[in-house]
Design a protein around this ligand. Sequence first.
Ligand SMILES: [Zn+2]
Length: 59
Amino acid sequence: MPKGGRCPICKKPMVDAVAPFCSTHCKNVDLNRWLSGLYVIPGESVPVEEEGEDFSEDI
Ligand SMILES: [Zn+2]
């Protein structure tokens, strides 16, 4: 059982049912942040489309 977890939104003790958040409200807040693009994940592999352009240089 996880213990000592804190809600990343409001820092209240997390509730297992909505872990790692303290309530569905904070869970939705976090989800909205993701959807809004406010979260940037360093190291996340992103497809580099520029590599495809190398083929066009053969012309
Ligand atoms: Zn919270």
